[in-house]
Write a protein that binds this ligand. Structure first.
Ligand code: FAD
Length: 222
């Protein structure tokens, strides 16, 4: 299987970094082809702008989706965006590794989505959800939190983690056609013992060995 791992964390010694390395090593060991985007190491610019394109159709007024459709037609995306799009198109499974920040994606990963999920190339023209460009591909969110698991249950003060992840699952990944695998969540790694953290890495590695056979989950339409 072709697997694309997109990862962002500002600290290479973080637990997220350990999750990222575990995934890359285990997937390769299991015989999968792996490509990565380590957005921090790449100094990926998360700000969507004219820099998304080699040239623009309208230099006087930046209308991103119109420029995205134009760039789709003329192969006009900038080299850094084109490289990300090619990895996205190449993969059969995409994994995003990140710490939950403000109940969402950290800014650089969100900016990666803003810039790479471009109208015309990645969605649009009736190609959304079940008719999305990437139907048949699967996506997995692998994340960590600061809060403990009991804070992320229905009725708890943070509320149900499924509802928190829904804008990502439904609004980004399913929107462009991906099927969704159950998220891999390590709640509050800083609260755990070293041994417990190592167990989480081992159980993630074990899961990844069989990931090709996993079925998607239903994220619901509310
Ligand atoms: P780290 O602190 O890097 O790691 C935890 C521990 O694991 C460390 O002791 C580290 O040394 C150790 N470790 C590293 N590698 C290994 C290894 N190989 N084996 C064993 N141990 C290892 N939390 C929420 O719950 N909800 C929010 O909305 C939220 N918003 C945030 C917004 C911001 C701006 C910030 C900065 C934080 C926010 N947080 C939130 C907290 C954040 O989600 C957590 O701090 C983060 O997910 C923890 O993951 P980490 O990789 O940074 O952990």
């Amino acid at each position: 299987m072709k697997v694309f791992v997109v990862y962002w964390h500002p600290e290479p010694q973080s637990f997220n970094a350990a999750m990222f390395r575990t995934a890359c090593e285990m997937l390769a060991e299991a015989g999968h082809e792996v490509k990565t985007s380590d957005l921090h190491e790449m100094h990926f610019d998360p700000v969507s702008s004219r820099n998304n394109f080699r040239s623009v159709k309208d230099p006087d007024y930046l209308k991103l989706q119109l420029e995205e459709m134009h760039a789709t037609g003329i192969k006009g995306f900038s080299a850094e965006i084109e490289a990300e799009m090619e990895k996205l198109e190449w993969c059969e499974l995409m994994i995003w590794q990140f710490p939950l920040w403000w109940f969402g994606l950290p800014a650089v990963l969100k900016g990666w989505v803003d810039r790479v999920f471009a109208m015309g190339r990645v969605y649009g023209g009736g190609r959304i959800y079940e008719t999305g460009v990437f139907r048949g591909k699967r996506a997995l969110l692998s994340l960590t939190t600061g809060g403990p698991e009991e804070a992320y249950r229905k009725g708890a003060f943070n509320g149900d983690i499924t509802a928190i992840l829904r804008p990502i699952h439904r609004g980004m990944l399913q929107f462009v056609g991906f099927d969704i695998l159950a998220p891999q969540i390590v709640y509050g790694p800083i609260r755990l013992t070293d041994e417990q953290r190592k167990q989480h890495l081992a159980s993630y590695a074990k899961r990844l060995q069989e990931i090709a056979h996993e079925s998607p989950i239903d994220v619901g339409i509310y």
